[in-house]
Ligand binder design. Structure first.
Ligand code: CU
Length: 326
């Protein structure tokens, strides 16, 4: 019934490189950056950073080459706290207080006409983070002197595969992804083993169970993490490339009318233990017949109890209240 496939580099095709994600074991958490890059930022009296948006690959030591083109001093102050956007209406004192309390990765004053370097290592675990930089000279940030360093990452990606069938099922119907950092990229190669076309559509909320009656409305209000069409015809395949925001259990379904209602769904377990491995599909069918015909047998009773306990866990009944977000 449930066959879990571990995505972390096991049993997956060696095709990731062409899609921007390496097939090697993710290098998440590497403490020592391996690469170096130099990025020039001009500081102007407008006052602006130019450019104000920069990309740095995770696992890189970035040297920011700061060139003050103006007649006023500016600072390049790179915030230590990722993924924050400071409020431009803050006073200079409030901005100073924030930096004092939360720290900075770099805090360099560049005199008029001067040049200076600031070197900052971004280890692999910063992948997908964004760090804001500002000038702390009073009223420069407030006048628009800020920018962002975006940490790109391919190393944090995981890769895996799934299949669709004409019997309205995903095989496997349980995928396991264990990541060391969130969010992370996940690429699933979905291959059609039958003739019918399908979709591979992943719910955006973790720990939320869709129902055939509500999924259309739900996806209109909450865009799926990904929804790709699996072309009809055996052997056809499509990549589902998406970003997983956090841990939890994400349901994936086929949106073709009637398919989900016929059982075409599965669950993606992100840093959550999947259900225990079940018997092979043929065995599961046999058990079903035994249950009908010989329900009094002790061994079957145990099987029934186990099955009931299992079904009580997944899938969960549809929840009325909004589930907790990941
Ligand atoms: Cu389908």
């Amino acid at each position: 019934m449930v066959a879990a496939v571990l995505l972390a580099g096991l049993g997956v095709p060696a095709v990731g490189g062409a899609f921007g994600h390496p097939t090697s074991i993710p290098a998440v958490g590497v403490a020592r950056p391996a690469n170096a890059t130099v990025l020039t930022i001009n500081l102007t009296d407008q006052p602006r950073f130019a450019p104000s948006e920069l990309n740095v690959s995770a696992g890189t030591t970035a040297t920011f080459h700061l060139v003050n083109l103006g007649n006023y001093a500016h600072t390049f102050t790179l915030l230590a706290q990722p993924n924050v956007v400071l409020n431009a209406s803050w006073s200079p004192a409030q901005l100073d207080q924030y930096v004092h309390q939360n720290g900075s990765l770099a805090n360099v004053t560049v005199a008029p006409g001067a040049q200076q370097n600031a070197t900052v290592p971004f280890n692999a675990s910063t992948g997908f983070d964004t760090f804001e930089f500002v000038s702390l000279v009073p009223y420069q940030f407030q006048a628009g002197m800020s920018g962002f360093v975006h940490i790109t990452s391919s190393a944090a990606g995981l890769i895996g595969s799934d299949n669709t069938t004409d019997s309205y099922s995903f095989v496997p119907d349980a995928l396991v992804a264990n990541a060391a950092h969130y969010p992370f990229n996940l690429d699933i190669l979905v291959t059609n083993t039958g003739n019918l076309g399908h979709t591979f559509t992943v719910a955006p909320w973790s720990n939320y169970t869709l129902s055939p009656a509500n999924f259309t409305t739900y996806f209109q209000a909450h865009a799926p993490l990904v929804s790709v069409s699996v072309p009809s015809g055996a052997g056809q395949s499509v990549w589902a490339n998406f970003t997983v925001p956090g841990p939890g259990v994400y349901q994936y379904i086929c949106e073709v009318p009637g398919h989900f209602a016929n059982g075409m769904f599965g669950f993606l377990y992100v840093n959550v233990a999947p259900p225990p491995p079940a018997a092979a599909p043929s065995t599961a069918i046999i058990q079903g017949w035994i249950l009908v015909g010989s329900g009094v047998l002790l061994g079957v009773g145990i099987t029934l109890a186990a099955t009931t306990a299992y079904l009580g866990r997944f899938p969960r009944p549809p929840a009325d209240a909004e589930p907790p977000h990941a």
